[in-house]
Design a protein around this ligand. Structure first.
Ligand SMILES: *[C@@H]1O[C@H](CO)[C@@H](O)[C@H](O)[C@H]1NC(C)=O
Length: 364
């Protein structure tokens, strides 16, 4: 049962296809734009009933609507209206049922509507005019805004970073594509052509420039030149942002670093000299058995202290170890992992040294 239904549906489908194919039918774009003095290709495909004919036995004709004898295209050029003589060409391949017509050097009154007609050289001399599918042409004249190319771009670009400008126009003259040019001298331009829809094509030109500082506020112009000579341009301004280069970061940071290293060095030497002088003064004025004794006891107590630390402690003891001030001069255990702490240790030393000054001069 199911199989029979499927078979029936299949045959219905085949018969429908045959019936549909067996008619006079043409497919055209009812509305086309055309640039005056350029060309326009009116897309057209058609079907006819019965046996397939070689193109030699077929005659494709274009005529004005409702005037089947006013030919705008005919095999016999003598039959073509004077106004269209040598301006029309059947660019479609009739063998492939393609009846596309090119009208060149379009004039401002070429608005149509234009219709296709086919005559078959068969026994019954079939002829058919597809007057239900004619083409109206809208003409675009000089100075019309629609002629201008469109520009896609980023207004604000970065210095030294390649920027892309895309200029494009749509048109209906694929046998002579319009040309797009830039006011820029760089040769980095990519051109492409693509078919859009409804007989319309697009030409696109992509310009890649690497902006320099001098290009700031400069103009980028894309000019289109249509076949036949009409021209139109679009201009945009670009704004070039200065690039933040490595130098912009490196120079200030190196300068800053240099200054701080210099400053630190100066501090170091000042402190060193200052301490040396205190030591000198201290050794001259050293009279106490006290400090010598406490120095020895400290060595006993902090065996693990580094020599440096011990020496520092010694210095401290020399100046600070007054009778009765024992708890004040406990040895500090160095913290090796934190440099800043040892810095504060220096401050601490300085504190001591200041008080040492007082002591020293008190001793004098
Ligand atoms: C018909 O011919 C034109 C011109 O050669 C071509 O651009 C178009 O693609 C053809 N159409 C089809 C459906 O093949």
């Amino acid at each position: 049962m199911v199989v029979q239904v499927v078979v029936l549906l299949y045959w219905l489908h085949v018969m429908c296809a045959l019936v549909l194919a067996d008619v006079w039918k043409a497919q055209l774009e009812p509305n086309m734009d055309a640039v005056v003095s350029s060309c326009v290709v009116l897309p057209c495909t058609f079907k006819y009933p019965g046996q397939h004919q070689p193109s030699a036995r077929m005659r494709g004709i274009w005529h004005k609507e409702n005037k089947k004898t006013e030919f705008i295209y005919h095999e016999d050029s003598l039959k073509i209206l004077d106004d269209f003589k040598s301006r029309t060409k059947l660019v479609g391949n009739m063998d492939k049922l393609n009846c596309s017509l090119e009208i060149d050097a379009v004039k401002s009154h070429d608005n149509g509507p234009f219709c296709f007609r086919v005559e078959l050289e068969r026994d019954d001399k079939d002829k058919f005019s597809f007057v239900d599918n004619c083409v109206s042409v809208k003409l675009i004249g000089k100075n019309e805004d629609i002629l201008k190319p469109k520009l896609h771009y980023k207004q604000s670009v970065e210095e030294g970073v390649p920027a892309v400008y895309k200029c494009y126009v749509s048109h209906t003259c694929p046998s002579h594509h319009p040309t797009l040019t830039w006011n820029h001298t760089e040769k980095n331009v990519l051109v492409s052509y693509k078919y859009m829809t409804h007989g319309t094509w697009e030409v696109e030109s992509i310009l890649t420039i690497t902006p320099k500082k001098e290009d700031d506020h400069s103009a980028i112009t894309c000019t289109v030149r249509y076949h036949g000579g009409l021209e139109a341009s679009t201009t945009v301004s670009i704004f070039v942002k200065e690039q933040v280069t490595l130098n912009h970061i490196l120079i200030p940071s190196i300068t800053g670093l240099g200054v701080s290293v210099l400053f630190a060095g100066m501090c170091f030497f000042v402190v060193k000299r200052y301490k040396k002088r205190i030591q000198e003064l201290q050794s001259r004025n050293d009279n106490g058995m006290w400090s010598r004794l406490s120095r020895m006891s400290r060595r006993f107590r902090s065996g693990r202290n580094s020599g440096e630390q011990v020496r520092r402690d010694q210095r401290k003891n020399k100046v600070c170890n007054m009778p009765g001030k024992e708890p004040f001069s406990k040895p500090r255990i160095p913290s090796p992992k934190s440099q800043p702490k040892s810095y504060s240790g220096h401050d601490y030393d300085d504190e001591y040294n200041k008080s040492a000054d007082l002591n020293i001069y008190g001793n004098v």
